[in-house]
Design a binder for this molecule. Structure first.
Ligand code: SF4
Length: 381
């Protein structure tokens, strides 16, 4: 079977009990059905604890975190009691794989890593070359291929992802312009993806050529930044209580004085600015791959790259907040901490009252406020 693999998937190594955040606290750990069924049959003291420590909410099955928001099976040495007593093969999928994630769609296995792990965040910072995505064949991976796949749509979607990643990794263009190009590309892709004419092919060919998309950059640069819309967007993000600490300095980073101070410091601190831009590139690559996979997951390819860009925007707010907090354009320790935490807070934590993941809540708020729009994202980039 074919696989599309991110190079970090192969290079990643977990640091286990030395990890400051561990994957077992501060978010919802979801359990797959197969593992939940197995846990029901475990006997003895551990079996009793498993029965008491799992909650069932419709389709969602998860561990009940303790009062310190830790998984009840994470012991005092930060090791997993399920792993120790039942073996790695009996851990639920997410615990066995995280932060490596694999999904099969069509005739391809997609293999990636999530940035919600601090070791992955470090790899993103240390990696200088763009992340590489490679297609390969593997006899070891076998899977059933569903027959009801719209292969034309499927292949267009793969081509769209390859195009997006080519743009993001084009280091001859400033990171801001790459972001704008991705937003513009995604907008046009969404408008055409249900079209049966071959316009989508022409559009993919156009953006597949660097000379073509570079010609659009002067027009993208003319788009005026609209701070009022940025503030409105930001307000929806920090409605999530766990993200309020990223709003500590928001008055400064939306003020004229703050904007010009940040820009000047970026200009005058070449080394830090280069680290920041390098990280922005890698973060975008990882997020866009994740959302690309999500398109298959929900069987809907509309707005997937757009929603990935919204998540990326949340990270940008956080990096700015760190700058105004520390005066440091690239405070590595703080940045790693926020990279690992923001993904957990948004994508893997359920708001108990609303019974929704925090990220879904933000998307709904953006829609309610009329700012879930490509053009607006361009105006606040
Ligand atoms: S967060 Fe990453 S480094 Fe830490 S325990 Fe989990 S996989 Fe290992």
């Amino acid at each position: 079977m074919k696989n599309l693999r991110m190079d970090l998937f192969t290079d990643f190594k977990c640091i286990g009990s030395k990890c400051p955040y561990t994957c077992c606290k501060g978010w919802s750990v979801f359990i797959d059905k197969e593992a939940a069924e197995y846990y029901k049959k475990v006997e003895g003291e551990l079996g009793e604890k498993l029965k008491k420590s799992i909650k069932y909410e419709g389709e969602k099955i998860s561990f009940i975190m303790d009062k310190n928001d830790r998984c009840p099976f994470l012991n005092d040495d930060n090791l997993c009691d399920i792993y120790i007593n039942l073996g790695p093969e009996n851990m639920c999928n997410i615990c066995r794989e995280f932060p490596r994630i694999s999904h099969q769609y069509g005739d391809i296995y997609f293999l990636t890593v999530y940035q919600d792990c601090p070791e992955v965040a470090k790899m993103l910072i240390e990696k200088k070359e763009p992340i590489k995505f490679q297609f390969a064949e593997s006899d070891k991976i076998k899977a059933d291929i569903k027959e009801d796949i719209d292969w034309k749509k499927f292949n267009n979607y793969i081509d769209a992802f390859v195009t997006v990643e080519d743009i993001v990794s084009n280091q001859s263009i400033s990171i801001q312009n790459r972001i704008k190009l991705v937003i513009l590309f995604s907008k046009q892709f969404d408008e055409l993806q249900d079209d049966s004419s071959n316009e989508i092919q022409q559009m993919l060919e156009f953006f597949g050529n660097e000379e073509n998309y570079k010609q659009i950059i002067p027009d993208l640069e003319k788009i005026e930044y609209l701070p009022n819309k940025d503030i409105l967007f930001f307000r929806q993000v920090v409605e999530i209580p766990m993200l309020r600490e990223d709003a500590k300095h928001c008055r400064e980073f939306f003020s004229d004085e703050g904007i010009s101070r940040y820009k000047n410091d970026i200009k005058n601190n070449e080394e830090s600015a280069s680290k920041l831009h390098n990280l922005q590139e890698k973060l975008l690559q990882v997020i866009l791959f994740k959302y690309f996979m999500e398109g298959f997951n929900i069987d809907d390819f509309k707005k997937v790259f757009f929603e990935g860009m919204i998540l990326y925007k949340v990270y940008e707010y956080s990096f700015k907040n760190i700058y105004f907090d520390t005066g440091d354009v690239f405070n590595e320790e703080r940045i790693i901490e926020r990279i690992a935490k923001i993904g957990r807070i948004l994508e893997h934590t359920v708001d108990e009252k609303k019974e929704k993941r925090n990220y879904k809540i933000i998307l709904e708020k953006l829609k309610e406020n009329g700012i879930y729009e490509y053009d607006i994202l361009l105006e606040i980039t």
